[in-house]
Write a new protein. Structure first.
Length: 362
């Protein structure tokens, strides 16, 4: 990719909107191949909850696809109950796994199965006086308390410990409603997720493409943020891209999990691109994983696919850092950045092409 092309892409940023079907300047043009429905951009602010914002946005698009409107799922409910799993696992592992307020998509799947979901209107996760999410004090208080439990050689919290933990969560995030009303009917978190939203967390698959594990088999990804030791399906890189593009072109959005620490990821301009200098994409992405030059540190929601006039693909992505950038909170990621810096995707199993699904034995 030439520097001239990159410059023209940057010029486009001021004119892009979520509903645009084509993007033009005097010198260059991007055309949407797919531009799928999604809910509005939010701001995770000072909280390590991109996984909750991205994952819930993904579910909201799934619901929009099914005709459900006015859906706004609480990110902080998901984040709150994820702490329950993190605390249990950390004590079971005697502190050997990584304790973090961050998470991955399977964290949300676990929360839905065990605790359901609630709408944002029932649980904002903001206490009196808060206008933004700031979890600094909460994360510090919880990690210090859990460290104390480890020093006491506790394998699980007792009733008094859970009371203290829940009091902390109530203090910083607010108390969780046992029941709430949606469209004139009462729901619990479990009935809201299962009966009203009708979300089945097992309908979705986390997928990777790395050469150090067999293809079309699931493996535990060796990453500190995979604190629950969950498995990802491994596929060849061509299938990895094919699943992503096929999903987007057939009406399914995709979750993106990867590295945003590279200087090529520019939130202000709304672009993430790498020059076309890779002689071998597969070996380059594997090397980036092996030497940790690519991290798995952020999760975003891919809601569209664009093609420029030279045939290069750019993924249109909803971020969770607010709207203060050139694309009102969205990003354009070129195919090279996607190839090298993407660690995992998540898709509805229905979006996986039949031939690939058969190889996965699904």
């Amino acid at each position: 990719m030439t520097q001239r092309l990159v410059f023209n892409i940057l010029l486009l940023c001021s004119s892009i909107s979520a509903s645009a079907q084509s993007i033009s300047t005097a010198n260059h043009k991007l055309t949407f191949v797919s531009n799928l429905a999604c809910t509005g951009v939010k701001d995770q602010y000072m909280s390590s909850t991109c996984w909750s914002f991205g994952g819930n946005s993904f579910f909201e698009s799934e619901l929009l696809k099914r005709g459900k409107t006015n859906i706004d799922i609480s990110e902080m409910y998901t984040a709150r109950f994820a702490w329950i799993q993190k605390i249990k696992l950390h004590l079971e592992q005697k502190g050997l796994n990584y304790l973090t307020p961050g998470g991955q998509f399977h964290t949300i799947q676990w929360v839905i199965k065990n605790y359901g979901l609630v709408p944002e209107s029932a649980y904002s996760g903001k206490v009196a006086g808060q206008s933004n999410h700031d979890h600094g004090l909460l994360d510090t208080a919880l990690t210090h308390f859990i460290a104390t439990l480890l020093k006491l050689h506790k394998k699980e919290p007792d009733a008094a410990d859970w009371k203290y933990i829940n009091n902390l969560l109530d203090k910083y995030l607010g108390k969780v409603p046992a029941v709430f009303t949606v469209q004139g009917k009462q729901y619990t978190p479990l009935t809201y997720a299962g009966n009203y939203l009708q979300i089945n967390p097992d309908d979705y698959l986390e997928i990777m493409s790395f050469t150090h594990h067999p293809f079309y088999k699931a493996f535990i990804f060796e990453n500190k943020y995979n604190f629950s030791f969950d498995k990802y399906m491994n596929v060849p890189f061509a299938d990895f891209v094919g699943i992503t593009d096929s999903a987007l072109q057939n009406g399914y959005t995709v979750l993106w999990n990867g590295d945003v620490t590279d200087a090529a990821f520019n939130f202000t301009n709304g672009t993430a691109f790498l020059p076309d200098t890779f002689h071998n994409i597969i070996s380059s992405r594997q090397a980036a994983f092996a030497d940790s030059s690519s991290y798995m540190d952020h999760l975003m929601h891919i809601v569209g696919l664009t093609i420029d006039e030279q045939g290069h693909k750019w993924y249109y992505i909803k971020n969770s850092w607010g709207k203060a950038n050139a694309l009102d909170g969205f990003m354009l990621m070129d195919e090279n950045y996607f190839a090298i810096k993407t660690a995992a995707i998540v898709v509805n199993k229905k979006a996986i092409p039949k031939a690939i699904k058969k190889k996965m034995d699904l």
